[in-house]
Write a protein that binds this ligand. Structure first.
Ligand SMILES: NC(=O)c1ccc[n+]([C@@H]2O[C@H](COP(=O)([O-])OP(=O)(O)OC[C@H]3O[C@@H](n4cnc5c(N)ncnc54)[C@H](OP(=O)(O)O)[C@@H]3O)[C@@H](O)[C@H]2O)c1
Length: 262
């Protein structure tokens, strides 16, 4: 059965930022493939809820609190995964972000933070997990990038630059570790999560974003989880170093606010 290539029975995935939003959707979807899941974010209550839900559905899951900006937390996360499951097959670097801000109002600290949060943390997690993947059957890494890694929009100088670097980190690691470890990314369009929440409260802005999206709606966490399933399972065993655009068909930014100026 071709659908069997989406099965991950006996495998183990770490999904960062899996307490809510896109990361939660990916963690729950991976559990449906038979994969054990390590749920991680800073809010212990949220990751425990997700892990308990996965366990209730019959799969193994643990919750390990972690701030991806803290190297010691990342080391502890990987050690906890190895202690509980003895293997790591999939890493999803999902935790990331950076608030929109006009370029001349973006401080050095904010810029550096965007790079650390979106790129350095993904690099370190890859460094810590790849040796464990190589000890076994190899593995697959998925980086959650953004359409703003290639589209231009005022207000996203830190975020867009960081996600563009994440895209190239994806290609460089894919090249270095093929064929044993595959590395891909999803350039995510506008998805209704808490991260967009404050902007979506204004119904006019939401409508504007929808009208600027060819598919006529914002994304759901399931839309991204479905792509993540393809990219992390053997279904995509001939795919590495690629940035998949999952964005409702946008070819230009659908950001509804003008954040240009000084
Ligand atoms: N939503 C969109 O429209 C959109 C579009 C393009 C790309 N993306 C990307 O998709 C990813 C997820 O975004 P989302 O919309 O799902 O966000 P979200 O709903 O706000 O969820 C973010 C998750 O990451 C965790 N997190 C935040 N800071 C963290 C840290 N320092 N260390 C560890 N975990 C942390 C959060 O939990 P805690 O706060 O408890 O740590 C939460 O579980 C991000 O990389 C974002 O750039 C989103």
């Amino acid at each position: 059965m071709i659908l069997d290539r989406f099965r991950m029975d006996g495998k183990v995935a770490i999904v960062t930022g899996s307490g809510r939003g896109i990361g939660r959707g990916i963690a729950e979807a991976l559990a449906e493939t038979g994969c054990g899941v390590v749920c991680t974010a800073r809010s212990a209550d949220q990751i425990e809820t997700v892990a308990k839900g996965i366990e209730a559905s019959g799969q193994r899951a643990i919750a390990v609190p972690c701030d991806v900006n803290e190297r010691a937390d990342l080391e502890n996360l990987v050690a906890a995964a190895m202690k509980e499951f003895g293997r790591i097959d999939v890493l999803v670097n999902n935790a990331g972000g950076s608030p929109p801000k006009a370029a001349l109002r973006t401080s050095e600290t904010m810029f550096n933070h965007a790079i650390h949060f979106n790129v350095t943390s993904a690099f370190l997690m890859s460094r810590f997990c790849i040796p464990h993947m190589l000890e076994r059957d190899g593995g697959s890494i998925l980086n959650i990038s953004s359409g703003l890694s290639w589209m231009v929009e005022a207000g996203f100088v830190a975020y867009g630059t960081a996600k563009a670097a994440l895209n190239h980190l994806t290609r460089l690691l894919a090249n270095e570790f093929a064929p044993r470890v595959r590395v891909n990314a999803i350039a995510v369009g506008s998805v209704e999560t808490d991260a967009l929440g404050p902007f979506l409260e204004n119904g006019d802005l939401k409508q504007k974003m929808e009208s600027l999206t060819p598919m006529g709606r914002l994304g759901t966490t399931d839309d991204i989880a479905l792509a993540a399933l393809y990219l992390t399972t053997p279904a995509s065993s001939w795919v590495t170093g690629k940035i998949f655009e999952v964005d409702g068909g946008t070819v230009a930014s659908n950001w509804p606010l003008d954040l240009s100026g000084v």
